[in-house]
Write a new protein. Structure first.
Length: 150
């Protein structure tokens, strides 16, 4: 009887731990969905701020908007939002190839970022949209020149 009670108590402890873990996971998924729905607004904020800074407009209103934006991003990053590092080699788990372009970089190297990607607590929210090198342009031109010269 004592052994049975101990097993029942252990099973109940395991159940409580699993239930707490499920609740925590549900919270994270809910937060991730909310943040995912905010990503287009974040993109538009960044585009607007880039347009203002490139047009040469410097006013207190723009500085205020930049401050609000940085506070929002800081809060989201504090909650677990991370920008995907999109430098170096293409990673199919983190990047989405939008276009390939000839360049001096080795094949498969990211040469430009079209749209930032984000993770939330190691959960992929959106992959980075990138432009990837398809190889050395000078080698291709050299091959074409040799073929045309023959």
């Amino acid at each position: 009887m004592k052994d049975r009670l101990l097993r029942l108590a252990a099973e109940f402890d395991n159940y409580k731990k699993k239930a707490a873990k499920d609740v925590d996971m549900s919270r994270n998924v809910g937060k991730a969905e909310l943040i995912r729905s905010l990503l287009p607004a974040i993109d538009e904020f960044e585009l607007a701020l880039a347009a203002f800074s490139s047009s040469g407009h410097e006013s207190d209103h723009i500085k205020g908007i930049e401050l609000v934006f940085s506070n929002v991003i800081g809060t989201l990053k504090g909650a677990g939002l991370k920008e995907i590092d999109s430098k170096g080699k293409y990673d199919p788990y983190k990047h989405e190839i939008i276009m390939t372009r000839e360049s001096k970089e080795p094949e498969g190297t990211i040469i430009d970022i079209v749209r930032k990607g984000y993770t939330f607590n190691d959960m992929l929210l959106r992959p980075s949209a990138v432009i990837v090198s398809k190889g050395n342009a000078s080698k291709e031109e050299k091959k074409d020149g040799e073929q045309n010269g023959k």
